[in-house]
Ligand binder design. Structure first.
Ligand code: MSP
Length: 645
């Protein structure tokens, strides 16, 4: 008989920067769910990936001086990038989608066309408040005192041609979907969606842009690129082969369980089902909106004194300990406050003390008292009853929690059993039984019961800490069959004469004070230096025309906090105007008369309505969480117009 299928996804992450522990939290949670489902007999498809288009990426790439594709490639596939991070974290995804993959791009064009041909996408005018100098549209609510929120200048009503999706048409079916069944969880998020978004009235959604290029072109109107959220949401379908020939398992796995952070629940529970209704495909089985990891009640940031780089945390604590901490500590549906202290305390209490000790004490006693192999003779006692019934019953309550994605409560069940087993050691005092040869059968029973408690606990812990469970299974002498889910609720599966082997300590206890000091040190920016970019050819380098220029004039741009306007002598005999967002670092009067380096052959760019012809070069580094910038001044003796080579 073929296995039932289960399709689970993470959000596809923006490769605009390195991922932090918050992103890791979501992927590790989805991984534990995928592993749990495989364990319990499902044919699982687990998808993650990257959301690579959009204006933000385009801008970041421009700032970095590379093409958008080069920029995202570096973050996704480069050393220490997203693929490496998931490998390190032992993520068992079956597929990885990048929205720049050809098959996805083509499928999105077909999907867009399909909705257009159905009449659900139409061409209209995007009306908004336009700031001419900034070339940006704003909504009424974004304005600050009626002016542009970026530069503070007046805005005016303007229209731009754009495509719209008839979201309004789907308001009723989406509301019905939200109100019935368990489409969106946790349930608290349902009212939030209905009251904040559906009841005030769903407006049609603008689904194309003409103001930037880095996106999927609308194939029948190439001046437009598809709105990044339309491009992104359909990844869950295209990755299975929907509207493309790259894969062929849409029929098999659809619909998905979409695990997402709470801030993107709106996109997933309103826009996403509406678009699926439009293309005539079933809506997700479930959208689960998990909470955020926060620091001191606010957003994650390196400057808050806690290490948020998953690479550093995994290196210090071990991958399994980090995975465990994330899923054990924070209720999956709510926000959780992340601290280094909490991380260390959880590892010490649960992994080093409760679980690690139980494994090492049990195997050590079997080695010490029986040379590693239990004898056949046994003597049961009433004192065993409670532990044995917990061995039989814990899997059922664990399963109930895990099926509801209550991962922390699933772990709670396992640790109740582990706690009971540790108490059983104190109650049965094996070290006293060992003193009397006649009590050896009783001692063997006690130790066997401990092994059985460990065996079923390890089965349930496998989705969370797979590598450690593998090691522990070997230590307690559990073969393949003894590790199977079917045997997680059976007592007496290990052979009577089981042989154990005391191995390495699974989770060494952490010296909290020492570790906190180390982390403090690690958090210093010197360690967080940017990786060196991929090689470029000397020919590519030679294409950059960088010259020594003299700053003739410099003034602050009115109504802009950041911009300085420079007039430079670049040695050509003509004056050159460059705008640079460095007012935070320099006052204009300190710069006039100095010589600096500028790249001259960048395409002209408009900023606040003025043209900038090139870019002044600076040296930039993050120090103590702050950006430090130094213009590249050169010595007065270097002639103006000298070319860098
Ligand atoms: N690209 C969109 C998602 C498109 S899905 C079709 C996006 N990307 S993101 O890079 O910003 O990642 C967002 C997801 O990362 C969140 O939804 C959440 O799952 C996870 N997290 C990001 N920061 C987080 C925390 N501080 N805490 C927990 N999860 C966090 O939005």
């Amino acid at each position: 008989m073929s296995k039932p299928t289960f399709y689970v996804t993470t959000p596809i992450y923006y490769p605009s920067d390195k991922l932090h522990i918050g992103h890791t939290y979501c992927t590790v949670a989805a991984d534990a769910i995928a592993r749990y489902k495989r364990l319990t007999g499902y044919d699982v498809m687990f998808l993650t990936g990257t959301d690579e288009h959009g204006q933000k990426i385009e801008e970041k790439a421009r700032e970095a001086g590379v093409t958008p594709q080069e920029f995202v490639d570096r973050i996704v596939t480069g050393q220490g990038g997203i693929l490496d991070l998931w490998k390190l974290m032992n993520i068992s995804n079956d597929r990885f989608i990048r929205t720049t993959d050809d098959y996805h791009v083509e499928a999105i064009q077909r999907i867009f066309r399909k909705m257009y041909e159905k009449g659900d996408i139409y061409k209209g005018a995007y009306k908004g408040k336009y700031c001419t100098p900034c070339e940006s549209f704003w909504t009424e609510s974004q304005l600050v005192n009626g002016n542009c929120p970026d530069c503070g200048r007046p805005v005016h009503d303007a229209e731009e041609e754009a495509y719209f999706f008839r979201l309004s048409k789907y308001a009723k079916p989406v509301q019905d979907l939200l109100e019935t069944g368990t489409f969106l969880e946790p349930a608290t998020r349902v009212n939030e969606m209905i009251n904040n978004f559906i009841k005030p009235g769903l407006e049609d959604l603008c689904v194309s842009r003409t103001s930037f290029k880095w996106g999927i072109p609308v194939d029948f109107d190439p001046g437009h690129v598809v709105y990044v959220w339309v491009d992104a949401l359909f990844n869950y379908a295209t990755a299975l082969g929907y509207m493309n020939d790259r894969y062929h398992d849409f029929e098999k796995y659809w619909p998905p369980h979409n695990i997402v952070g709470k801030e993107i629940v709106r996109f997933h529970s309103i826009i996403w089902p509406a678009m699926l209704m439009s293309v005539g495909e079933p809506v997700p089985q479930k959208v689960y909106g998990h909470g955020w990891l926060i620091i001191d009640g606010g957003k994650m940031s390196k400057s808050k004194g806690n290490v948020v780089d998953p690479y550093l945390l995994a290196e210090k604590f071990g991958v399994d300990a980090l995975r465990f901490f994330l899923l054990r500590t924070f209720p999956f549906g709510s926000d959780g406050n992340f601290t280094n202290e909490l991380l260390i305390n959880t590892i010490n209490a649960d992994l080093a003390n409760s679980l690690g000790n139980l494994v090492s004490r049990t195997t050590a006693m079997i080695e010490k008292y029986f040379g590693g192999t239990l004898p056949v003779e046994r003597e049961a006692d009433e004192a065993d009853a409670e532990l044995i019934s917990m061995i039989r019953e814990t899997a059922a309550s664990y399963q109930k929690q895990m099926d509801a994605f209550q991962l922390h409560l699933g772990l709670e069940e396992v640790f109740r059993l582990i706690g009971r087993a540790n108490k059983y050691i104190d109650e049965t005092t094996p070290w006293i039984l060992a003193r009397d040869e006649a009590k050896k059968p009783r001692l063997a029973t006690v130790l066997y019961n401990l092994l059985e408690a460990l065996r079923v606990s390890l089965i349930m812990l496998t989705p969370f800490i797979p590598e450690s469970c593998e090691k522990a299974f070997r230590q307690i002498g559990a073969g393949e069959e003894a590790r199977a889910w079917e045997n997680a609720s059976v007592y007496g599966v290990l052979p009577a004469q089981v042989t154990v082997s005391k191995g390495e300590t699974l989770f060494p206890r952490i010296d909290s004070a020492k570790m906190l000091e180390e982390l403090e040190h690690l958090n210093k920016p010197a360690v967080v230096s940017k990786p060196v970019l991929p090689d470029v050819s000397i020919d590519d380098f030679a294409k950059c025309d960088m010259r020594v220029c003299k700053i003739l004039k410099c003034e602050a741009v009115k109504k802009s906090e950041k911009l300085l306007k420079f007039i430079l002598d670049d040695g050509s005999g003509k004056e050159r105007q460059i705008l640079s967002g460095i007012h935070k670092f320099y006052e204009p009067e300190d710069l006039v008369g100095k010589k600096a380096v500028a790249i001259l052959n960048l395409p002209a760019r408009k900023m606040m309505g003025m043209e900038s012809n090139g870019m002044l070069l600076s040296a930039v580094k993050e120090v103590d969480g702050k950006e430090v910038l130094n213009l590249m001044f050169v010595d007065e003796s270097v002639p103006v117009g000298s070319q860098l080579c």
